[in-house]
Design a protein around this ligand. Sequence first.
Ligand code: GLA
Ligand code: ZN
Length: 678
Amino acid sequence: MEKKILFPQVSGFLHGGDYNPDQWLDRPDILEEDIRLMKKAGINSATLGVFSWAACEPTEGNFCFDWLEEIVERLYQNGIYTVLSTPSGARPAWLDAAYPEAMRVDARGLRDHHGNRHNHCMTSPKFREKVAAIDRELARRLGSHPGVILYHISNELSGECFCPLCAERFRKYLADKFDHDIEKLNKAWWTAFWSHHYNSFDQIEPPYANGEGSVLGLLLEWRRFTTWNMTDFLKFEKETLLGITPDMPVTTNFMRLFGGLDYRKMAPELDVISWDNYPAFHNDSESFADTMSETAFQHAVMRSMKRDKPFMMMESAPGLVNWQAVNKVKRPGVHRLACLHAIACGSDTVQYFQWRKGRGSCEQFHGAVVDHLGTDDTRVFREVAQVGEMLKAIAPVAGTCVNSQAALLFDWDNRWAIGDVRALADDTKKYEDTCLDFYRAFLKLGVDMDIVGSDEDLSRYGVVVAPMLYMLQPGTASNLKTFVERGGQLLATYLTGYVDSDQLCWLGGFPGDGLAGLFGVISEEIDSYYPSDRNGVRLFDGSVWEVRDYAEILRVKDAEVLGVYTGEFYQGTPALTCKSFGRGKAYYAAARSSASEMTPLFEKMLKEADIPVKKLPENVEYHVRSAGEEVYEFYLNCSEQPVVVSDIFGTEVQTGEELCGTLALPGYGGAVVRKTAV
Ligand code: GLA
Ligand code: ZN
């Protein structure tokens, strides 16, 4: 595969972040100093315009872009490119006073007062009209400036609105979805239950907190609608901008595995995926290495939405944040490691929130490159400048991709459905944690999985793990079958294939939609455990995996039994099975065991798929980016202690050192090794 350069204007990586000069317009000395400091820190981009509505349109229809234009130009003259944001993330007071419909209504039907941010009604025609007006002006005034390289639409789109306009739009969305046939909806939502039958679409309300909460189909469709409506809003902003400057790429910044929106449905509207990364480093509930691998998982989610190009780390904290329960500063060296980590996982940008700390309001103590001291001799500034140097040194890596050969299936709909289902055990459903657990176990073997949806083309992978795939969308079962038939190694677990995409149970045995045939098993019961309950799975080599939380009781039709339960009334019955299907194998793990205990199984699957595993020292993360002949290996020491990694051959890209076997990494150190072609 060829290199995919995101921003040909800069050579290598984008290094920058949110810049809010509108907070300093009365301090030209500070703005002047900013440019000097940015150059010193190796900054080549600035994100301008986020939340700048009041500065760009102080009163309705009175546009003031001179200040912004001047700054974009001055940055450009100094080799700093602009990521240009639309200001729709926060509304000026005049707008809410004139058009209260722009303010969101909460789940109990109460309208917000003016204030805060990220809280507009995405349906409101008035709000859209005002957004379009300012976006058009923005694009006209700045969209053709050679310094502008990307549109950033709004900011961290999120949340739901229960106003009458949104309720009406929801009804229309449902009518379209169910072909204007209310009986189709009644059937899909099983409304004969509790007399919840609807006579017409007009009778349907959003799931208010004090309203309908028991029709699972309604709950799910509301979430799908909220994503659809938010995507429609995103599209609306995008089309407004591209109507003036059709060639500018667009993005919007996502937030980790945010539960409120199905990011995969939004991704096709974007030219590049970007996200905001704020790990709670040095917390007291997990090791530093676990914080890192959790972050790698989040990076992988983002990367996998556009698998063949790099993504952007749009925000990260140069120092600390101000909104975590404990806002601990990053220990020396951790900033560099975290930035290299983002690159290792496939990002082509290192961007911060924010460049300079403001003096007031609720983010005044949030970390920034330049703090209230205002100088360049702080630890944080020096570390940022070191990252600037590092990014220059590893510039040839930009445009390469992480080409994973293994994937983990993760579906937003599935996640929502598992959250809503009234079954299992309230506190231990843990779908996301379970996915992370599997991802981590593979990462420890040096395999950085993609995280893909169940409708994704799986042909590029040799191994696919599909944990807790409770909901089967149309096409999921045949996708999995094709994958295995063609030689793939598939692992599914307890809770696979219980419901269809309307949350109706499959009849005739779980896993439904024909998957019982693929795995050769039927799950007859699922036992939920109390937190202290334990069981085990005995494998035929004598080893035992501990079981907690969930255990399914299986009927095996035509699969090989690889492990049996050690306890309970179902002792001795199958708990791990494998069926050969076509050229591949379909494994079924009927109980929850920790992924680290299951690692020998993963090694077997990887071996059969010809995917190499790596022997890594404890706490060292390994990632690979490549394009054509160029292969870059990343070794990241996710601990304070120095470590020596062996079996490394190639050239360390930053130092030029030739490595012939071993690499010594200091605490929090990281290396990029260009592999020598063999
Ligand atoms: C988010 C926002 C930023 C800022 C940071 C603080 O990511 O997009 O505007 O509030 O959080 O961490
Ligand atoms: Zn609304």
